[in-house]
Design a protein around this ligand. Structure first.
Ligand SMILES: Cc1ncc(COP(=O)(O)O)c(C=O)c1O
Ligand SMILES: N[C@H](C=O)CCC(=O)O
Length: 433
């Protein structure tokens, strides 16, 4: 008998009566894979369980935060302890400082950290700070990068915007959208041209240093160094959005991996250990422009919420161990080697794009370097591939424009099962080529 998703479908039908599209974030809606989303009952270690009782090996990791797996005992204990003391006070707690100190220890380019409640708030606030600090209005963003849904950044965005094929930026005023200049990823001449024309008006250039929201794409050699030097030359700020890559690609994120110090960095996901969180951070002279020390206003009733801080602190303490990153690298290597072997054996027109514990399978033999290349992949194969993997108990992000994540909870046996499922899925898909 085939796998049943009937309880999830019933739950989705019910949700659609009261929640727009039945989901609280469009990326969860399974629109691009043309089926109802799974409703999750619980998670343990590397596994998710849906309402129908099916078990899945999970590569979504709640879109990145669950690097330790679900219900890690230290995270659970920290949360239980804090809950007993109180879940929110709207007053400072020491755990906020402890987490900020650990972030600074991991990322030496950072002097000060302001906690917020989501990645969207982090990037929105970083942009406001960059504008306030430089006294300039324009920002440069990269086509296909996603930085949350703040107005200035919802232009040519990846993730759900790309998945749903939403054109333009409905709801964003043209005055706001026109202050955002968009250039392709990995394209130095395009950046050079924009800075030559508008350099003195540009407050900041923001990017995902390794993209996840148009699928995983690595920066080409010298690209990030070039961005560092051109932003410095024009006295604009370089903002690394490390909401996804922070504490995942290395202890110090992409900045450690590529040895680049950004002026401002945004975080989210892992620093909340599965609780809602975000943060923006940078050098003292820039961060001191934020209220109450400086004139740029930014605030939040639940910012630095002690539950999120405890879960984040417990997670980062676990990651404060180079062996953890070594293990992530080994797991990633094992999975990549298996999938690459399948592709070669089946002579399938696909390639695995990967950096650290993030990866995306693109249906194109050619290397994917930017958003344009992603759109030229065989996007029509994705839904079938996704469903073939799901039916074999492998839960992947339901869109080509997303990253898969490896967690420390995965076992070698889980990876072997995933590799075998990938082989079967690609073999089946060959008949559609
Ligand atoms: C790189 C990046 N920046 C910002 C965001 C926005 O974060 P959030 O969804 O927590 O608002 C996300 C994810 O959604 C992201 O992947
Ligand atoms: N790609 C997004 C975050 O990384 C997906 C999460 C969401 O928007 O719900």
């Amino acid at each position: 008998m085939g796998i049943s998703w009937s309880k999830s479908s019933q739950a989705f039908a019910r949700a659609k009566q009261s929640i727009p599209g039945g989901v609280n974030s469009p990326a969860r809606a399974f629109t691009a894979v043309e089926m109802d989303p799974l409703f999750i009952e619980r998670g343990t270690g590397a596994y998710l369980y849906d309402l129908d009782g099916n078990q899945y090996i999970d590569y979504v990791n709640s879109w990145g935060p669950m690097i330790l797996g679900y219900n890690h005992p230290h995270v659970l204990a920290a949360l239980k302890d804090q809950l007993a003391k109180g879940s929110s006070f709207g007053a400072p707690t020491e755990v906020e400082t402890e987490l900020a100190e650990l972030i600074k220890e991991f990322c030496p380019a950072i002097d000060k950290v302001r906690m917020v409640n989501s990645g969207t708030e982090a990037t929105m606030s970083a942009i406001r700070l960059a504008r306030g600090y430089t006294g300039r209005d324009k920002i440069v963003k990269i086509e296909g990068c996603y930085h949350g849904h703040a107005d200035s950044l919802l232009v040519e965005a990846g993730s759900g915007v790309a998945t749903l094929g939403i054109k333009g930026s409905p709801g964003v005023t043209s005055n706001t959208a026109c202050e955002t200049i968009v250039v392709p990823f990995n394209d130095q001449p395009a950046v050079e041209q924009v800075f030559t024309e508008y350099g003195s008006e540009i407050a900041a250039l923001i990017l995902e240093p390794v993209t996840g929201n148009m699928g995983v794409i690595a920066p080409q050699t010298a690209y990030l160094k070039f961005l560092r030097s051109i932003t410095k030359k024009y006295q604009s700020l370089l903002i690394f959005d490390e909401v996804m890559t922070g504490f995942r690609l290395a202890r110090g994120g992409a900045q450690e991996l590529y040895n680049i110090a950004a002026d401002l960095t945004t975080f989210g996901k892992i620093i909340g250990g599965g609780m809602p969180v975000g943060a923006f951070a940078g050098k003292k002279e820039i961060m001191d422009y934020i209220a109450p020390d400086g004139p740029v206003y930014q605030a939040g009733t639940l910012s630095g919420n002690p539950m999120a801080m405890q879960a984040g602190l417990a997670t980062l303490k676990e990651l404060n161990d180079s062996q953890k990153y070594q293990k992530l690298a080994e797991l990633s290597q094992q999975l990549a080697a298996g999938i690459e072997k399948n592709i070669a054996e089946l002579d399938f027109p696909a390639h695995l794009s990967k950096v650290g514990s993030m990866f995306t399978l693109f249906f194109s033999k050619e290397e994917v370097k930017n958003y344009h290349d992603v759109q030229n992949c065989r996007l029509d194969l994705f839904a079938s591939y996704f469903k073939l993997m799901l039916a074999q108990g492998i839960y992947l992000p339901p869109s080509q424009f997303e990253a898969n994540f490896i967690s420390l909870a995965l076992s070698k046996a889980d990876l072997e099962k995933t590799i075998a499922a990938n082989y079967q899925a690609l073999k089946q898909l060959r008949t559609d080529l």
